[in-house]
Write a protein that binds this ligand. Structure first.
Ligand code: PGA
Length: 268
């Protein structure tokens, strides 16, 4: 029996009516099975509407970013408490688009991780190498620097409350997913990183998601790989039928139904 977290990153897509339609379709397919958590992360302005639709269903709602300060003069930013108040359980942080386009550093992302954990929400921390870094043989150095930097100061017992999404930058939005061997190698490396950091028992509780052109077509192969505990899905999450196929694939691979719900702290 396996646990999966299937997360849709809607990015800067969906008007409010499109967001409602997508949420309605997906929420109907979010399984009762506690082994598979389904999450939708709409743009900020649509979160509340999606959370209202998700109420009473098994669809969870998340945001795509936040600021780490509580409140104040930070024009254009959104606080974690604001997101919590409208029904968010998860917040994606450190996405490669935010790192590349909005110049987010590991130091800034680290402040967000710490603030999100302090608020009792679950950060989905994105990491991943560029194609140049991969071609230069630096993939694992890059992942280590990102993890060390973004998780600095997080207590060992809090580490499983962080969901980690491995998203090779070259696979995002390109239609070219990493191969099964590449995913398998990276996820085994990640699990070992956490075994070294917090021991075998704790490391196993961490959700390690894969992201980067994950679709209905390759979900079965990717989600079956050892140490892959779900996916962070962009393009395919915007098409209800594709996302639902990915959810159903996870349910099938998870095996059992009617299991006890996953831990509420974010870990498996
Ligand atoms: P993609 O995006 O599935 O469209 O590649 C994934 C992501 O950016 O999280």
């Amino acid at each position: 029996m396996r646990n999966y977290l299937i997360a849709g990153n809607w990015k800067m897509n969906t008007t409010i009516s499109e967001a409602r339609d997508l949420a309605k379709a997906v929420s109907k397919s979010a399984p009762h099975n506690g082994n598979v958590i389904v999450l939708g992360c709409p743009p900020f302005v649509n979160i509340q509407a999606v959370a209202e639709i998700a109420k009473g269903t098994h669809l969870k709602v998340g945001a795509q970013n936040c600021y780490f300060e509580k409140k104040g003069a930070y024009t254009g930013e959104v606080s974690i408490d604001m997101l919590k108040a409208i029904g968010c359980d998860y917040i994606i942080i450190g996405h490669s688009e935010r790192r590349a386009i909005f110049c987010e550093s590991n130091e800034l992302i680290n402040k967000k991780v710490i603030a999100i954990l302090a608020s009792g929400l679950t950060p989905i921390l994105c990491i991943g190498e560029t194609l140049d870094e991969r071609n230069a043989g630096k993939t694992f150095d890059v992942l280590k620097t990102q993890l060390d930097g973004c998780l600095a100061g997080v207590a060992v017992e809090d580490i499983p409350k962080v969901v980690v999404a491995y998203e090779p930058v070259w696979a995002i939005g390109t239609g070219v997913s990493a191969t099964s061997n590449e995913v398998s190698e990276a996820h085994a490396w990640l699990r070992n990183y956490f075994v070294d950091k917090c021991g075998d028992f704790t490391a196993k509780k961490i959700y390690l998601l894969y992201g980067g052109s994950l679709s209905d077509a390759n979900a079965k192969e990717t989600l079956a790989i050892d140490n892959v505990d779900g996916g962070l899905i962009g393009g395919a999450a915007l098409v209800a039928e594709k996302f639902i196929t990915i959810i159903n694939t996870a349910v099938e691979l998870a095996g059992d139904t009617g299991a006890a719900p996953s831990c509420c702290c974010g870990c498996k």
